[in-house]
Write a protein that binds this ligand. Sequence first.
Ligand code: S3P
Length: 183
Amino acid sequence: MAESKANYLHRIIIIGYMGAGKTTLGKALSKDLGLPFYDLDWYIESRMRKTIEQIFVERGEEGFRTIERNMLHEVAEFENVVISCGGGTPCFFDNMDYLNQQAETIYLKATPDVLYSHIKMSKKVRPLLQNKTADEVKTYMSEQLAKREAYYSKAKHTIDIALLDSNDKIQSAVKQLKASIKL
Ligand code: S3P
């Protein structure tokens, strides 16, 4: 008997460092697959009615991580969805094991140069990178990425991400993503 497509559950979770392109590619992949898209930071902001920046100011990073974990446990229960996490999500509590238990996890792996270029192109406020000079940001990113790699590399799939500065490049990265999860 042919496998019923309706019974097949898709839950795709995208992880990676700040500036890897998680939101951009998550959105594009969800459009391609016709699945709803959830960005964990946006979900937190709408549930808390506060920006990520406000949460960092009011509760510090520790408070943010607790909220992030709780909200992760809500979105990662949704079925037939594409979800993008925050850069730090896999690196706290048992989040990475939980992600792997819940979904097809994909790590968007990029060099510090590519990450930095994407961050420069984006308008998103990133509390961890605020009040630093360009050199300080670059050093901080390289050091933190090296530490976080141990968590990210536990993802079920990894794809290399080059500079995403055109729609064509975004679409070819979406193809790579689909190929990696055999869709
Ligand atoms: C963070 C990444 C951010 C956001 C928060 C903390 C991190 O998301 O969750 O500012 O620790 O790397 P992006 O990866 O989408 O920038």
